[in-house]
Design a binder for this molecule. Sequence first.
Ligand SMILES: [Zn+2]
Length: 310
Amino acid sequence: MTYTEFLRQFPDSDACLDYLKEKFYADGTACPNADCKSNNNGASGTKFHRINGRSAYSCQHCGHHVYPTAGTIFHKSTTSLQLWFWAIYLISSSKCGISAKQLEREIGVTYKTAWRMMKQIRTLLGEDEPLEGDVEVDETFIGGKPRAADSRKFAQAKYPRQAASNWVRDNKTIVFAAVEKGGRVRATVVPDRTKPTLQGKIREFVLPSSMIFTDDFKLYVGIGREYKGHRRVNHSQKIYVTADGATTNTIEGFFAQFKNSVRGAHHNISAKYLPHYLNEYAFRYNHRKDSDPMFWTILDRAQKDRLAAA
Ligand SMILES: [Zn+2]
């Protein structure tokens, strides 16, 4: 979707409100007023007409008012609806995301407003569909540094990754992710690197009919009993592909790209906002091959209660 196409469809806030009205209260839908006679019309329902000067429409039978922004992130915002739609357009059309600073410049709002808009829009990007098929699972540290004494031990350890699991990193954030080979990802920040946490996330993110692929980290042992199977790639012996072709290349690629993105010049992400950024990143990854522009996918999710209801 080009910017010209965006402007043609949404030339002003009224056009944006009309879009939401069509989405939630299209002609023929039932009137929310239980006493409205139109509800006895069966399939024909009612029509809603715009009330001049207000962000509301009224039922042509009973005059009941409906507010298309109710229950959305746009409701009662002092920022115009068109600026909201524009922000969603910019976020969805940028390849790797934009910062609040960029949004401030592009749409001409204060930094504080841009920051709040980003935060609200990111709440729409959470993914909740379970994964299936061949699913690679792994966890990684983002940010922080090993303590000095530990890093010496890291270097000396025969199997650095195994050894690292027993040591604490300062200011670390642990990110867990599961990714279908060639498909979708689910990723989240986890509080610790323990068996109940990691295996619990696998159960939450991946359907039991799936084949699980991990490295040889000991905390994943046993998960295969609840799945179609579990194949381990023996990283500590520096083997990255087994004789029968099992790898965890997809998840490693995902983490590598994510870390690059976090380090990128315009992303200065504190541990506190990492979960939101991770959500956005996973959303982009999952929708990278969609035929519909991401703009519509995000707009479709504009109801505030979407995640609460899921
Ligand atoms: Zn009515």
